[in-house]
Design a protein around this ligand. Structure first.
Ligand code: EPU
Length: 442
């Protein structure tokens, strides 16, 4: 049954919470488990809908899974026997394309029926397809959203990605580890979540390492073993709570926030006027000063992550002056701004590339830059969540706002944030979840 969050805002958040394992690492590691003909154990897996969907997909392909405890899952991939990635799950997430490489290693073929995902712009898979073709995979486009893949054995190659796509890099790493010979992937993504996946692939038997200039080098093997492996902590979740602590003028110790994976975020937070103390197992976030405006651009790692952008924009509504945020990863990731404006924020969107450089979306008519002028008091309202990261931005805005907010579409948030209510309550938020009739939800 759908639910809604009721939030009474306006109080500084204070206390300690622990983030969960990283969604964007866990999903790929669950998929990678299918490469090995054995039982893989993954620790620190977040209990979120996207993980459940991915596990169900594994099951459809012949694997079995079992939660050993709250965050440990065992994936038995000894009986992979179905190469068709089913349509009913493919609609709700883009993970299905990543199953192609494990299926090619195990069955020599894969079939994909459609690609879905959050409503944050179109989600093409052209980089995945082009790279797989270069590794010797025959790809047949059965329709605009259906593909058939076939390869008796993949072969290594030198691939240069048009753009350092996270998903395409992960897919090609998973393909290359089972290919004959050496693969070089240039202009690749190097996000910490990809390092986590690469570490698992190495443990499974592959030779896989990073070279200079965004390059991955892989030497393939046929002999994989099932491993026991740990998912990294979620740096998107950590940054989201950090932004809440600073925006509400509170102080929160976020356990599982790891400096190494959040260096860029920490720099920008400090430029805005947020402060932090680093501990071995977490980071304490608070505000030292008045909040200052910044001129910021999202980018691939080691740049400022696009997934940090929505909570940061909410934070910037509380800074004194005009901030500029240029989104260069997704063409339409400001869909949540309208709701913030209805709560009292002053934000203007523009098609122009505001900032120091032009991006892929220049002259393309996408509202991908924002001018935020603050500080603006926010007032509670009724909000309908359009996608996962926007969802957290709404929750955060409601926590800052005076009065009460009702937020519908909570299932989007539950795709990526494990036990959000419990965590926010630990830091003093007044938030509750109520089941709603379908007619009441959007
Ligand atoms: N792109 C193409 N062609 C492709 C692949 C990507 O044009 O074949 C474009 C995309 O449309 C986008 C850009 O390249 O404009 C970047 O996409 P990328 O492939 O890097 O993203 P992804 O792998 O689909 C992952 C995360 C996203 C995160 C991005 C960027 C997962 C499951 N998703 O997506 O996370 O925003 O990398 O860091 O890992 C989220 O967690 O809310 C989320 C959307």
């Amino acid at each position: 049954m759908p639910t809604r969050y009721d939030i009474v805002g306006g109080r500084p958040l204070q206390g300690t919470l622990r983030v969960s394992g990283a969604k964007n690492a866990a999903l790929k590691m669950i998929v990678a488990a299918l490469i090995a003909d054995g039982v893989t154990t993954l620790h620190n897996v977040p209990r979120i809908t996207d993980v459940e969907i991915t596990l169900k997909l594994c099951e459809e392909l012949g694997a079995r899974y079992r939660w050993r405890d709250e965050t440990t899952v065992e994936i038995d991939a000894r009986n992979i026997n179905n190469a068709v990635i089913p349509l009913r799950y493919s609609g709700s997430t883009r993970t299905p394309i990543l199953f192609v490489s494990p299926l090619l290693h195990r069955l020599g073929k894969a079939e994909l029926t459609t690609i879905g995902g959050c409503s944050i712009g179109p989600r093409p898979i052209n980089y995945h397809i082009a790279g797989l073709r270069q590794l010797g995979v025959q790809v047949e486009e059965a329709s605009r959203t259906a593909y058939r893949f076939q390869a008796d054995r993949l072969h290594g190659n030198i691939i240069t990605l048009e753009y350092p796509s996270v998903g395409a890099t992960e897919n090609l790493l998973m393909a290359a580890v089972g290919a004959r010979g050496r693969t070089v992937i240039r202009n690749a993504a190097i996000e910490p979540e990809i390092l986590n996946l690469a570490g698992m692939l190495q443990a499974m038997g592959a030779v896989v390492y990073q070279d200079v200039n965004r390059t991955w080098i892989v030497e393939g093997t046929r002999r994989f073993r099932a491993v026991e492996y740990e998912v990294m902590d979620d740096r998107i979740e950590a940054a989201s709570f950090a932004a809440c602590a600073v925006a509400t003028g509170g102080e929160v110790l976020v356990k599982g926030a790891i400096q190494r994976d959040m260096v860029t975020f920490l720099d920008w937070l400090r430029k805005v006027g947020g402060e932090f103390d680093i501990y071995p197992d977490g980071i304490r976030f608070y505000r030292q000063d008045r909040l200052r405006p910044v001129n910021l651009e999202t980018d691939v790692h080691p740049g400022f992550m696009t997934d940090w952008q929505p909570p940061f924009v909410v934070l910037l509504t509380q800074a004194e002056g005009i901030s500029v945020v240029h989104e260069t990863v997704y063409e339409s990731r400001f869909g949540y701004v309208e709701a913030l404006v209805s709560m009292g924020a002053h934000i203007q969107l523009t098609n122009d590339c505001l900032g120091s450089r032009e991006c892929r979306f220049t002259n393309k008519n996408y509202l991908h830059s924002a001018l935020i002028s603050g500080p603006t008091p926010l007032r509670g309202g009724t909000l309908h969540i359009p996608d996962l990261r926007a969802g957290f931005a709404y929750v955060m805005a409601a926590l800052i706002a005076s009065g009460e907010s009702r937020i519908y579409g909570t299932e989007f948030v539950q795709r990526g944030y494990a036990n959000l209510i419990g965590k926010l309550r630990e830091i003093g938020a007044d938030i509750s979840e109520t089941p709603v009739e379908t007619a009441e939800s959007p």
